[in-house]
Write a protein that binds this ligand. Structure first.
Ligand SMILES: NC(=O)c1ccc[n+]([C@@H]2O[C@H](COP(=O)([O-])OP(=O)(O)OC[C@H]3O[C@@H](n4cnc5c(N)ncnc54)[C@H](OP(=O)(O)O)[C@@H]3O)[C@@H](O)[C@H]2O)c1
Length: 256
């Protein structure tokens, strides 16, 4: 039920990690997928698996920071296959070196271009179309770091706060037109992104389990999906503590 309600789906960042895994899960007969990523080879691997699962697939290898290209491709796809689910999943994370918590400007710019501006450019043109049709679902892959900035990746945290706040702000307006926006805030999931962080494996959720939670949340039209609950509880608790103590706890948790 949760899967079969969507027929035309666009997923960004489908060439790796969560995006690749979600594409494979949504791939079923009768489903048409639009998959976006940069790495052609890995995108083709995703597409091949999706076709084996019975879906039809269109792929495009592009840098989603190319706003015009992105919007043109999405609107062309939507004109032929009215999109009923878009998952803005593509993201980048650069973690600061120990002792140099302030990241370089170029890193901050790239992080915001991909994690915030490109999400807006992916989703908002489709929101207009969905509004005309009075139907649609949107998933924004934010992060648990949107609950409280993390010292080892400040720009990433800030970009995830921005995207969470933006879609929280508009979520209620679009719900009136039968458009459901789900904001997803995962903690650490076992993908290439977290491999660069050298996270203790005990902190990692498996890709399969994370995709289960995301797909269930989107299917149930949840406004917010945060997981695992223990990490969500922990980071929410930080907000109740005096800020200086919360800062110390975070530094200790990050091994700094
Ligand atoms: N893994 C985690 O623990 C975790 C936790 C919370 C939130 N998230 C979020 O979940 C999303 C997916 O992350 P992941 O863990 O699956 O990471 P990943 O394995 O590194 O995959 C990231 C995906 O984003 C794509 N991408 C990045 N920059 C792009 C660009 N400029 N243009 C087009 N595509 C671009 C990549 O494409 P190419 O490989 O082709 O470049 C890749 O398909 C991200 O938004 C991330 O912030 C992840």
């Amino acid at each position: 039920m949760e899967l079969s309600q969507f027929k035309n789906i666009i997923i960004t960042g489908a060439s790796n990690g969560l995006g690749m895994a979600m594409a494979k899960r949504y791939a079923n007969p009768g489903v048409h997928l639009g998959l976006i990523g940069r790495n052609r080879e890995r995108l083709d691997i995703t597409a091949k698996s999706c076709r084996e699962n019975g879906s039809t697939v269109e792929t495009v290898s592009m840098d989603i920071r190319d706003r015009e290209n992105l919007i043109n491709w999405i609107l062309r796809f939507d004109a032929a296959n009215p999109v009923d689910l878009v998952i803005a999943n593509a993201g980048v994370m650069y973690s600061g070196k120990p002792g140099h918590p302030v990241e370089q400007k170029v890193i901050i710019d790239e992080t915001f271009d991909v994690n915030f501006n490109s999400v807006i450019n992916t989703v908002n043109p489709l929101l207009d179309k969905m509004q005309q049709r009075k139907h649609g679902s949107v998933a924004i892959i934010s992060s648990l770091s949107a609950y409280h900035g993390i010292p080892t990746f400040p720009a990433y945290s800030a970009s995830k706060v921005a995207v969470k706040a933006y879609y929280e702000a508009v979520r209620g307006l679009y719900a009136r037109d039968n458009i459901f926006i789900t904001i997803v805030c995962p903690s650490y999931v076992d993908t290439d992104m977290t491999r660069t962080l050298k996270v203790n494996r005990i902190m990692l959720m498996s890709l399969d389990k994370a995709v289960d939670k995301i797909i269930r949340g989107i299917g149930k039209r949840k406004a917010l999906v945060s997981f695992p609950w223990l990490h969500t509880f922990g980071i929410s608790l930080l907000k109740l503590l005096p800020e200086r103590i919360a800062d110390r706890i975070l530094l200790i948790a990050m091994g700094k």
